[in-house]
Design a protein around this ligand. Structure first.
Ligand code: PMP
Length: 380
């Protein structure tokens, strides 16, 4: 049986979540915006309950959650949506990092074309951003700092709490793309200095196509965003359109379960990780990213002498994995993340991302090892 080791790409939906989703697709199908009957009222009440559940994970209030289609949209809204305000008050400098997801980097490219100055910080060789580099890059006209919580290629946790603490002396907005950490590494993003947080439902065993942007009030004021779309007025006017009630309810349930079960889930994932590392050690692997700083659910690993494409093909009856360096057929260049960490192209071409969750069963490690050993002997 092929074991799915690609939970960082997307995770299976928890059956308790699907049950809720189906209730709102098949029975409670009202429009949360309908005011003239109880179908609408019940839908609205379900949406508000889900909003509270999402808010609770990050220690926010219900009124600070904007439902979106996922972290990609949330990142776009946080960055592009703040830019009008920046231009109005003459702040056109943004700090972010070279290891961000493309939805952050490409939004920043748009702003560069509109006259913003963007400083992209380089991580250290372990794959994390040193907090002092953020502070050193700050300028009087810095509008926004955007740093991800957990890198999606390496699994390396970023020092968000330390950065938030250093930013207390500065008025800049602080955005965190928490797509990989929300509901898993909970403590760090409860920090009140973080103004905006992006998240996606499908990374925490919820449905795809739903996420949120948390917009925390600071001194009573929300970040002054403008919407990317217009018409309808939903979600404080920041994300108009009929609310996808079943997906929202599913996200709410997934968020609720994530807090209740985070500790147990992380312990289970950590046990998996220890076993995987123990078994794979015979292959003399090289780790891409500081292993000590990785989440319990992910590693990025290179088996010397083996290309990721070769390994994935040879392993495809045993595990479903992705190439950790995201060297895809549609792009010639290898991972911007591994490259920025100073990892050589050769090592990067061999990078495999293995990611799992608390539900993952161990693959047949003996066969896995045998396949890689065989490739290694063929190469040498
Ligand atoms: N940011 C990070 C760090 C991610 O890992 C992902 C998903 N790969 C996203 C943003 C985008 O999430 P979605 O595709 O759900 O919009």
């Amino acid at each position: 049986m092929v074991v799915y080791l690609d939970c960082a790409a997307t995770a299976p939906v928890d059956s308790r979540v699907s049950k809720e989703v189906i209730k709102y697709t098949d029975y409670e199908f009202g429009n949360a915006g309908s005011r003239s009957h109880d179908f609408g009222n019940r839908a609205k009440s379900a949406v508000e309950k889900a909003r509270s559940k999402v808010a609770k994970v990050v220690n926010a209030n219900r009124g600070e959650i904007i439902f979106t289609s996922g972290a990609t949209e949330s990142n776009n809204l946080a960055i592009l949506g703040l830019s009008d305000y920046g231009l109005k008050i003459g702040k056109n400098h943004i700090i972010s990092t070279r290891i961000e997801h493309k939805s952050v980097l490409e939004s920043l490219d748009i702003l560069t074309n509109r006259g913003f100055k963007v400083t992209l910080l380089t991580p250290n060789s372990g794959g994390w951003i040193e907090p002092k580099t953020v502070i050193n890059a700050l300028q009087d006209n810095t509008l926004l700092v955007s740093v991800m919580q957990v890198n999606n290629e390496t699994g390396v946790i970023q020092p968000i709490k330390a950065i938030a603490s250093l930013l207390k002396q500065h008025g800049t907005y602080f955005h965190v793309d928490a797509a990989q950490g929300f509901g898993k590494e909970i403590k760090e993003i409860t920090e009140k200095r973080i103004d905006m947080i992006s998240l996606s439902g499908h990374k925490i065993y919820g449905p795809k196509g739903i996420g949120a942007l948390v917009i925390r009030r600071r001194d009573g004021k929300r970040p002054p965003l403008v919407p990317l779309m217009y018409g309808g007025g939903q979600e404080l006017g920041l994300r108009p359109g009929t609310l996808p009630v079943p997906l929202i309810v599913g996200l709410g349930k997934a968020a609720e379960l994530s807090i209740k079960e985070a500790l147990e889930r992380n312990m289970q994932s950590l046990r998996f990780k220890k076993m995987a590392l123990n078994r794979l050690s015979v292959l003399n692997p090289v780790f891409n990213g500081d292993l000590e700083k990785t989440v319990p659910q992910m590693i990025n690993i290179t088996f010397p002498g083996i290309l990721a494409d070769e390994a994935m093909e040879a392993l495809n009856e045993i595990v479903a994995i992705s190439n950790g360096s995201a060297c895809t057929s549609t792009s010639d260049s290898c991972s911007h993340v591994l490259g920025s960490m100073g990892i050589s192209q050769t090592q990067s071409l061999g990078a495999l991302r293995l990611s799992w969750c608390h539900l993952t069963k161990h693959p047949d490690w003996d066969s896995f090892i045998e396949v890689i050993k065989k490739l290694q002997t063929e190469v040498h």
